[in-house]
Design a protein around this ligand. Structure first.
Ligand code: C2E
Ligand code: MG
Ligand code: MG
Ligand code: MG
Length: 279
C-alpha cells in the first residue's frame, strides 16, 4: 500500500547525485592540496596556424592537472569547481605566471609568437588578476604583444560595462584580447562595435557543424562572423578544425587562421619544440 511504498522511497536515495557531490568534494580537497605547491599543474600548448600553410602564428596555453593517482583531471571538470569554491583566483594567478614563463622559454628558443591563456570567467573582473597581469608584464619585461588574454563572449558581454574598460587597458598596453567561443554568446551589434578585443575565436561548434547535418545553417553563421570580424576590424581564428574538408571550407569563407587536432593537439613544451622544429 501507500505507507509501504513511501517507506521504500526513504531508502531510495539519488545515488547519482550523491556520487557527484562526493566526487566534487574529492576534487576540491585534492585541488586545495595541489595548489599549495603548484607542482602538479602544467600548461600544454596548442599551435594556432595559418590555414593555407600550416605554419604557426601563435599558441594557446591550456591548463593540465595531474592528480595523485597520475590521471589528468580535465579543466572542464576542475575549473568550475574552483570557481564555485573561491579557488579560481589562485589558478588564474598561476596560469598568468606560467604563461609568461612559456613566452620567455619560446623566445629563448627563437620563437617570438604570441601565447594566449584563458581567464576564468569569475576572474575577469578581479582587480587582483588585473593588477597581477599588468605587474607581470612590467616586471618580467616581456613584450606585451606576445601575451594574449582569452575571455569568453558570454563573460565579456554579460559584464560589458565593467569588463570592457579593463580589457581596453590591456589593449592600450599592446596585449592581445581574444573573445573565446564566439557565436555562442549574445553580443549586441552596438557592443561589438566597441568591444575591447583584438581577435574573435569562432566557436568549435560551428566548425564541427560545417561538416555535419545542419551544414547550411552553420555555413551562414561562419560567413556572417567572418564579415563581422572584417567590418569591426577584429582578427579572426577558427577553433576545433579536425578535417581537411573543414580546413577548405574555412579558407573559402574568409578565414586565415585556425586551431585544431587536424594541425596539432595541445602539447607539453618539449613536444611543442619538436613539432616546431619539424614544421
Ligand atoms: P577553450 O579555451 O575553448 O579551449 C579549447 C578546447 O578545445 C581545449 O580543451 C582544446 O584541447 C580543445 N580542442 C582543440 N582542438 C580541438 C579539436 O580539433 N577538436 C576538439 N574536439 N577539441 C579541440 P581543454 O584543454 O580540455 O579545455 C577546455 C576548456 O577549459 C577551455 O576551452 C577553457 O574554457 C578551459 N580552460 C583550459 N585551460 C584553462 C585555464 O588555464 N584557465 C581557465 N580559466 N580555463 C581553462
Ligand atoms: Mg580558449
Ligand atoms: Mg574556445
Ligand atoms: Mg570552448
Amino acid at each position: 500500500g501507500k505507507a509501504r511504498s513511501s517507506g521504500v522511497d526513504v531508502y531510495n536515495f539519488d545515488y547519482a547525485l550523491i556520487q557527484r557531490l562526493a566526487n566534487r568534494m574529492r576534487i576540491l580537497t585534492a585541488l586545495k592540496k595541489a595548489l599549495t605547491t603548484r607542482e602538479a599543474f602544467f600548461l600544454v600548448l596548442q599551435p594556432k596556424v595559418n590555414l593555407a600553410t600550416g605554419k604557426p602564428v601563435g599558441f594557446e596555453a591550456l591548463l593540465r592537472w595531474r592528480m595523485e593517482d597520475n590521471t589528468l583531471c580535465p579543466p572542464s571538470e576542475f575549473i568550475p569547481i574552483a570557481e564555485a569554491s573561491g579557488l579560481s583566483l589562485e589558478i588564474s594567478e598561476m596560469v598568468v605566471a606560467k604563461t609568461i614563463e612559456v613566452i620567455q622559454r619560446l623566445q629563448a628558443e627563437g620563437y617570438s609568437l604570441p601565447v594566449s591563456f584563458n581567464l576564468a570567467n569569475s576572474d575577469v573582473v578581479s582587480p587582483i588578476i588585473f593588477n597581477e597581469i599588468h605587474r607581470c608584464i612590467d616586471e618580467q619585461e616581456i613584450d606585451a604583444s606576445l601575451l594574449d588574454i582569452e575571455v569568453t563572449e558570454t563573460q565579456a558581454t554579460e559584464d560589458y560595462t565593467v569588463i570592457n574598460p579593463l580589457l581596453r587597458s590591456f589593449i592600450d598596453k599592446g596585449v592581445g584580447v581574444s573573445i573565446d567561443d564566439f557565436g555562442t554568446g549574445y553580443s549586441s551589434l552596438s557592443q561589438l562595435a566597441d568591444l575591447a578585443a583584438t581577435t574573435i575565436k569562432l566557436d568549435q561548434k560551428f566548425v564541427n557543424d560545417l561538416t555535419a547535418e545542419n551544414k547550411d545553417k552553420a555555413l551562414h553563421i561562419v560567413q556572417m562572423i567572418a564579415r563581422l570580424a572584417e567590418r569591426f576590424a577584429f582578427k579572426l581564428i577558427a577553433e576545433g578544425v579536425e578535417t581537411e574538408e573543414q580546413r577548405q571550407l574555412l579558407m573559402e569563407n574568409g578565414y586565415q587562421h585556425a586551431q585544431g587536432y587536424y594541425f596539432a593537439k595541445p602539447m607539453p613544451m618539449d613536444e611543442l619544440l619538436d613539432w616546431l622544429a619539424k614544421t
